[in-house]
Design a protein around this ligand. Structure first.
Ligand code: SAH
Ligand code: SF4
Length: 348
């Protein structure tokens, strides 16, 4: 079996070089070619001697996802349908802004968590991604915009899947993304969003290299949350918030709570007051995400009035609260809409 390089850390590439009887610094050169220069062909790795390039061509592979389709939103966001080596497809979303781009990555193909308001849930879990498939999404999509890149890149692990149920792989990918000697995306520009997998949050708390944490709270009582997110029966609100209270925030950091606003379900003034009570005392901000339509689901978006009142009540209670309108709704690229939908418009 050839060795798949795109998932190996700098140390592992140095070890590989040593195993091949080469000086370890050849591993650094290979790492640079892969993650800084974005080389995909060994013959282009001109920082390495020909003999090593030839050996790599015979004994190693660099497998990137393939762009199966691009769906371009009127607001500039692009939903990428990416095909993996085994033929499965996943989605990555590109969101350009004036001085930066944000990439929304998948960590699993599909998702097992089964939140009732989310389209990805309808896929079920197809499989975990590998670390190479997670960083590969960044390499492929950045390269697709190589001539127009903004100076900063943000990454959100908020695409298909529950990152903390693919924990080791996701953390390996985060280390690769954040490594200053490689892809160099600072940790404060990488955010992991979880549906509230308490053991995962507690484990993350102990990591030296860790992204920012966002928690999808989405409801204010156990009854309501369990009805929307069955995972709440396993990890109820009190346990989830206890893990959040214990979470060691870095000096520059706040927790983010996401709250999908479902009209008539969880958007009442009482919900707003309960939410303020639940997270009061935490160094946190709340992102209110108006529900994005998913076919055949019994929900509706909140009214503008309900949204504004909800935000105002949170602010009056001393919470930092923002309304986050998702981008790319017209091409099913918005939060909760990633379900591999193929539209007649693509591929372009
Ligand atoms: N699995 C992780 C990350 C992916 S989901 C998680 O659940 O946190 C990213 C965000 O989209 C979550 O906050 C989720 O609550 C939200 N979301 C899911 N379906 C949505 C929908 N239909 N409209 C708006 N937000 C949605
Ligand atoms: Fe999975 Fe997140 Fe969707 Fe829930 S909201 S089903 S955890 S992707």
């Amino acid at each position: 079996m050839p060795t798949e390089l795109l998932q190996l850390t700098l140390d592992e590439l140095r070890q590989l070089a040593a195993q091949w009887g080469e000086p370890a610094y050849r591993g650094n050169q290979l790492y640079h070619a892969l993650y800084v220069e974005h080389r995909r062909q060994f013959e282009q790795m001109t920082n390495l001697p020909l003999s090593i390039r030839q050996r790599l061509a015979g004994e190693a592979t660099i497998t990137l996802p393939e762009i199966a389709a691009r769906y371009v939103s009127a607001d500039g966001a692009i939903r990428y349908l990416l095909r993996l080596a085994d033929g499965k497809t996943i989605e990555t979303v590109w969101m350009p802004e004036s001085n930066r781009q944000t990439l929304c990555l998948s960590t699993q193909a599909g998702c097992a968590v089964d939140c009732h308001f989310c389209a990805t849930a309808q896929l079920g879990l197809l499989r975990n991604l590998t670390a190479g498939e997670i960083v590969g999404q960044v390499l492929v999509v950045l390269d697709d915009h190589r001539d127009t890149l903004r100076p900063r890149t943000n990454v959100v692990l908020m695409g298909q899947g529950e990152p903390l149920l693919n924990y080791d792989v996701t953390l390996r990918a985060v280390r690769l993304l954040a490594d200053p000697a490689g892809m160099n995306i600072p940790l404060r520009r990488i955010t992991l969003s979880t549906s509230g997998i308490v053991p995962g949050i507690r484990r993350l708390a102990g990591e030296v290299v860790r992204p920012k944490l966002a928690v999808s709270l989405n409801a204010t009582t156990d009854e309501q949350r369990s009805a929307l997110m069955p995972i709440n029966r396993k990890y109820p609100i009190a346990e989830l918030l206890a893990a959040c209270r214990d979470y060691p925030l870095r000096p520059w950091e706040r927790l983010t709570f996401e709250y999908v606003m479902l009209g008539g379900t969880n958007d009442s003034p009482e919900d707003a007051r309960r939410l303020a009570g639940l997270i009061g005392g935490l160094r946190a901000k709340i992102n209110l995400i108006p529900w994005n339509a998913v076919p055949d689901q019994p929900y509706r978006a909140p009214t503008e009035d309900a949204l504004d009142t909800f935000q105002r009540l949170l602010r009056e209670a001393g919470c930092l609260a923002f309304i986050r309108r998702s981008r790319g709704q017209d091409v099913f690229a918005a939060c909760g809409q990633l379900a591999l939908l193929e539209l007649p418009a693509g591929p372009d």
